[in-house]
Design a binder for this molecule. Structure first.
Ligand SMILES: [Zn+2]
Length: 170
């Protein structure tokens, strides 16, 4: 006996080309303002007491407000999470205070990091050899170390130059 005829339901494939109207622009310019992009160069002056100052070029990265605030908040949140944990260890209170104070210190440092020093090019006022600076928050004046004579000099950047280049205004 012949088998039952199989019926194939050939369902018409309705291609889902219907729900395809994205609206709204793509947000691709969000990275532009987060302050982690371009670096800039500013001129400064290396000084060491008793010697003639020498010119310097600093490569800096301006930091945006959101970068600074975000970093501060994360640091403080971490300290708040850590405080009750380290507080379990006797004598308890000093650890809690230490965690909070340390967190506050780091958070404040991040909050005030308007510029990060990437590189300092210049020569030692004392011996003329290249100086080296540590990467990190630009301080005023910023310490630079001569690897040749081991004197610590400092580099100054005119505040006007920084105001002009700030990653965010105030
Ligand atoms: Zn030197």
């Amino acid at each position: 006996m012949a088998g039952c005829p199989k019926i194939h339901f050939a369902l018409p494939r309705r291609d889902v080309g219907v729900a395809r109207n994205h609206d709204g622009p793509v947000k691709d310019d969000e990275r532009r303002h987060n302050g982690d992009g371009a670096s800039l160069e500013v001129g400064g002056r290396i000084s060491l007491f008793g010697y003639d100052p020498t010119p310097a070029t600093l490569r800096l990265r301006p930091r945006s407000r959101s970068w600074r605030v975000g970093g501060s908040v994360r640091t403080m949140a971490l300290a708040l999470l850590a405080a009750p944990v380290v507080g379990l260890i006797p004598p308890h209170a000093p650890w809690v205070l230490g965690a909070l104070a340390g967190g506050g210190f780091l958070a404040r440092r991040r909050w005030t990091e308007r510029f990060t020093v990437l590189e300092v090019e210049g020569t030692c006022p004392r011996c003329g050899e290249p100086v080296k600076a540590t990467r990190g928050r630009l301080r005023s004046p910023h310490p630079v170390l001569c690897e040749s004579c081991h004197y610590e000099a400092s580099v100054d950047v005119p505040p006007e130059a920084l105001d002009r280049e700030a990653g965010d205004q105030q």
